[in-house]
Design a protein around this ligand. Structure first.
Ligand code: MOS
Length: 672
């Protein structure tokens, strides 16, 4: 089955946020702060208002009245304090985008700068223990006696891994078009991963009843988490439209995206593992340091994967944060599991090497009977099956144990493996289904951010109704549709699909119309540990003269319940793996400590993997029949693909070269 909206997309008919047209539109452009901490002394609005075509200047000189109990990043123009470099401190509204940008560049702002601190370090005096980590998980988990477990171990690993600031880079940067209706209502065409929550947040910031706000987002050009929460661009469009008395468009530039739409926190992760003579873990300690901003706390759940992976009598995981003068970190594909499993799965490889064991066998002997942290049974867990299937397909055996011995001309060649995991959650959603001509229409405020959600839901509806998919039309991407959770946490299909099945079953029963609300079903979900698992295999070639790393093969084998649509699933999984390759070898935002800003803020300097970087990437899955999940029997697949990839590549680099790089990305300089 092709993507429902595929033809619209390849012919340019699919309308993205910035492309919606309304008469009389004006344009706003944001002005970022040029200091990392301090106060605004003065803003010279008069000079800019004199530029022909300029309609208004927004700034803290005339603060709008905004809701209080909202994300402080959305409370624009509320004062003169600057909390980070690139924070939106003013904006210009003008007749054209060009005038708005030009005038924004001409706006003179005087600052009183104060000393800033943007450097994450393990001994930072400001480190503190957050009350919980996202999404409400315990900050620390400890059972047994880690010190005793380490002391009794035959083999130990004690290593610290670091990951840099990483930035989501969807092809479509954030954009919004705000239109105030005559009745006081507001319509925002926004680039968002969830119209319902976006509508609620916009309404709360602007102090409007939610039913007076509508968010329209039929097509979204990627998100990876950075469009999972409302961003200042949507609020700016609404405020600018009110100031100008006209509809206003805001396009966030690629450079601005780096400051105002979130990023993945850098991490410093100390891993201590101990194992007995046969490789069974006697202790696991994973202690994490990461950053947040002075604006709002964001506490990434970096140890989440470590709490579900391996059997051990003694476990400790901790998270510590420090508030720096930086933008607030946010979600980026597999927040928590992705950086955390890089460290854990690298350490497991180090342990296997130290113990003289095959890294697959090390994982097999540490397979737990129940979820280590909670003691709950798994709804299904097929990690070992993934490792075995991957080993077979990849040609893992026979593998030379010694690193740095396989050579092909100028290239050292090595292979690596790592496990992956990601939770399988769902949350409450609503949908309705109705007869529509000689077909059916299904309506739900789901989001298709390029994943093919619309197509997956069409299949699910058609299957439930027992008709062919071409007789079903699915409407998504509009807060006026039945309420639905966002496309995030790999729970879109599970959450929306459950409501769609219910609505279609209702239609079959009633004959004309059906509604689905899964609030009670979700509340009644049995207490089980629900996670997808996978195994990632990498083969790398390292140039002995330049240190250049090439990934010649990537294979992922996943166990993620029932796969709803094989074409879409493969795209999600290899997309995640490709992003993981970028994390391993090239992605990393450079922080300029002097000026407190991000130096690499475009795609010329922030390198994401391109086609030539990924000559051979394949994802397959093993069938998994899990009756404990949802009517589709599906686990999420949007994020697990990126989990473990970086470790598999780093482990392969070690196997190729004998060099263990514990600081991502593995750039050539670190291998010379
Ligand atoms: Mo994903 S980072 O949960 O949008």
């Amino acid at each position: 089955m092709n993507r429902v909206e595929g033809l619209d997309k390849v012919t340019g008919r699919a309308t993205y946020a910035y492309e919606h047209t309304v008469p009389g539109v004006a344009y706003a452009h944001a002005v970022p702060s040029t200091i990392a901490r301090g106060r605004i002394r003065s803003i010279d609005t008069a000079a800019v208002l004199a530029i022909p075509g300029v309609l208004a200047v927004l700034s803290g000189d005339d603060p709008p009245e905004l809701g209080e109990d909202v994300d402080p990043e959305l409370r624009l123009f509320q004062g003169r304090t600057v909390a980070y470099h690139g924070q939106i401190v003013a904006a210009v509204v003008a007749e054209t985008l060009e005038i708005a940008r030009d005038a924004a560049g001409a706006l003179r702002i005087e600052y009183d700068a104060e000393p800033h601190d943007v450097r994450l370090r393990p001994d930072h005096p400001g480190l503190y223990r957050p009350e919980t980590v996202n999404p409400g998980l315990p900050t620390d988990v400890e059972y047994g006696d880690v010190a005793a477990g380490l002391a009794s171990a035959v083999v130990t690993v004690d290593a610290t891994y670091t990951t840099p600031v990483l930035h989501n880079n969807p092809i479509e940067p954030h954009a919004a078009l705000a239109v105030w209706e005559e009745d006081g209502g507001l319509t925002v065409y926004d680039s968002t991963q969830g119209a319902s929550a976006d509508r609620d947040a916009i309404a709360a910031v602007l102090r409007l009843p939610p039913e007076q706000v509508r968010v329209v987002s039929p097509h979204v050009g990627g998100g990876f988490g950075c469009k999972g929460t409302t961003r200042p661009s949507a609020i700016l469009a609404a405020l600018a439209a009110r100031a100008a008395g006209r509809p206003v468009k805001v396009a966030v530039t690629r450079q601005q995206m780096f400051d105002v739409t979130g990023y993945r926190t850098p991490t410093i992760q100390r891993l201590r593992l101990g194992a007995d003579a046969v490789g069974r873990l006697t202790a696991v300690a994973h202690d994490i340091v990461e950053q947040t901003s002075t604006v709002r706390e964001f506490a990434e759940q970096t140890a989440a994967g470590t709490r579900v992976m391996y059997a051990t009598p003694n476990l400790r995981t901790t998270h510590r944060l420090v508030r720096l003068d930086v933008p607030t970190p946010s979600w980026m594909r597999a927040p928590g599991e992705c950086p955390g499993m890089y460290a854990l799965e690298s350490a497991m490889d180090e342990l296997a090497h130290a113990a003289g064991m095959d890294p697959i066998e090390l994982r097999v002997v540490n397979e737990p009977d129940t979820e280590p942290e909670s003691g709950l049974p798994f709804s299904s867990r097929n990690l070992i099956a993934c490792l075995r299937e991957g080993a077979h397909r990849f040609g893992w055996d026979p593998r030379h144990r010694d690193p740095g011995v396989r050579r092909d001309g100028r290239w050292l060649v090595g292979t690596g493996v790592a496990a992956s995991t990601y939770p399988s959650r769902r949350s409450a959603a609503q949908a309705d289904a109705a007869i529509d001509g000689d077909g059916f229409v299904v309506r739900i405020a789901a989001a298709d951010i390029g994943t093919g959600a619309r197509t997956a839901l069409t299949r699910i509806a058609a299957q439930t109704l027992g008709v062919s998919p071409d007789r079903v039309r699915v409407e998504v991407g509009d807060s006026a549709l039945p309420r639905a959770p966002l496309a995030g946490g790999s729970m879109g299909t599970a959450s929306w699909g459950s409501a769609v099945v219910k609505a279609c079953e209702g239609l079959l029963k009633n004959g004309e119309h059906g509604t689905g609300d899964t609030t009670e079903d979700v509340e009644a979900d049995s207490k089980l540990a629900r996670h997808a698992f996978g195994a990632q295999f990498a083969e790398v070639r390292v140039d002995v003269d330049t240190g250049e790393v090439r990934v010649s093969r990537l294979l992922g084998v996943f166990a993620a319940g029932r796969i709803v649509d094989p074409v879409l699933a493969r795209s999600q999984l290899i997309g995640g793996m490709t992003m993981g390759l970028g994390m391993a070898l090239m992605e990393g935002t450079v922080v300029d400590e002097r000026f407190g800003d991000f130096l690499t803020d475009d795609l010329a300097q922030y390198h994401v993997a391109a086609c030539a970087d990924v000559p051979d990437v394949e994802a397959v899955w093993i069938d998994e029949d899990d009756p404990h999940l949802n009517p589709m029997g599906a686990k999420g697949i949007g994020e697990i693909g990126i989990v473990g990839t970086a470790a598999a590549i780093a482990n392969a680099v070690f196997h190729a070269t004998g060099r263990r790089v514990r600081d991502l990305p593995i750039t050539p300089d670190k291998l010379l």
